[in-house]
Design a binder for this molecule. Structure first.
Ligand SMILES: [Mn+2]
Length: 339
């Protein structure tokens, strides 16, 4: 049974064999992921960088925003050139973009990536967009995380998964599944997690690093944001708001906001949960979460965003109160419409 679960689906295997033809020793490879890299973006980059290095390629990371401090443990021995900006995209033979369906998720690197003439490969598990960052090497929404696809890449190519690689892949999988609780926690995802434990991952150590290393400010900020909770019980809509100065006030980083919206989703009867974060530059970041049949990928697209059926995001121009009123009103009609 476990063996069946672990076998790489045929379509995925073919896709991996196809893009792996570009993995020739000596090639300089830039790896990138989305703005405010999460555990999956960082874990996938860390794992793939180590895998490529082990086969004689020369990978470095270049992200649109700094590597989150909480994932520093994944960066040891990985060349991170994010601080050089788009300069770090010059003089490479290959670009691999991880965990992004739409090139615009590369933030200030978007224009430079569009202009790159070297081969660009996308490895992702989001719903496909019509503006990908390059040739879609593999985009499989059945994968619980992009890290699962990195795991499969190692398996298909027969490349060794060392303990640091196992930890990086596990980080992507455990964070994207909300600690193996969300709907994307497939039997295969858990079978791979078992393999990663066998390869040297200590689950308690990972839990401590990822979920129990919060700065006090994160909890204080959480108390503040949770105080803004609004609930429309009738429609199953819950929402939270965050002021532009909150990060500074509580001395925390954007990465400390991960999971905040889950508290709104955790309220009984919630079908859609929203977090409105004023970025202070005339834009509001909206995080969408859902349960059951509600597809927030469809809803987020109304605002130029997208992602997954149960977790999506969008960047909306306007003042916090205006954006919130507009999105909440639209969400009410969206939830009222027959599925
Ligand atoms: Mn992901």
């Amino acid at each position: 049974m476990t063996t069946d679960l672990l076998s790489v689906p045929a379509g995925r295997r073919n896709a991996i064999e196809e893009f792996a033809r570009s993995f020739t020793p000596g090639r300089r490879v830039a790896l990138s992921t989305h703005l405010n890299a999460d555990g999956d973006g960082c874990g996938s980059e860390s794992a793939l960088a180590r895998l490529l290095s082990s086969r004689g390629l020369l990978p470095h990371v270049v992200n649109p925003t700094p590597w989150p401090e909480m994932f520093d443990f994944l960066l040891e021995g990985v060349d991170d050139r994010t601080s050089q900006g788009s300069k770090a995209l010059r003089d490479v033979d290959l670009l691999i973009v991880l965990d992004i369906s739409d090139v615009k998720r590369l933030g200030h690197l978007t224009a430079a990536v569009r202009e790159m003439t070297v081969e660009k490969i996308v490895i992702d598990h989001h719903a496909a967009s019509d503006d990908p960052a390059g040739h879609v090497g593999v985009c499989d929404i059945a994968a619980c995380a992009t890290a699962e696809l990195v795991y499969d890449t190692a398996v298909v190519l027969g490349w060794e998964i060392t303990p640091p690689i196992a930890r990086a892949i596990y980080t992507g999988m455990v964070t994207d599944t909300g600690g193996f609780r969300f709907s994307n926690t497939s039997p295969r995802c858990l079978a791979i997690a078992a393999q990663l434990l066998a390869a040297g991952v200590d689950p308690e150590d990972m839990y401590t690093r990822i979920y129990a290393s919060a700065p006090a400010g994160r909890i204080r900020l959480m108390a503040d944001v949770l105080g803004t909770l609004q609930v429309d019980e009738h429609r199953g809509l819950t929402w939270l708001s965050m002021q532009a100065d909150a990060l500074e006030k509580y001395q925390v980083k954007a990465e400390d906001l991960d999971g905040l919206v889950e508290h709104a989703r955790s309220i009984a009867g919630t079908r859609m949960a929203l977090l409105f974060r004023d970025l202070g530059n005339g834009k509001v970041k909206v995080s969408f979460r859902s349960t059951g049949a509600t597809d927030v990928n469809v809803f987020a697209r109304e605002f130029g965003g997208g992602g997954h059926a149960r977790a999506s995001g969008a960047l909306v121009s306007g003042e916090l109160a205006d954006v919130r009123d507009k999105v909440v009103e639209r969400a009410k009609s969206f939830l009222a419409a027959p599925a």
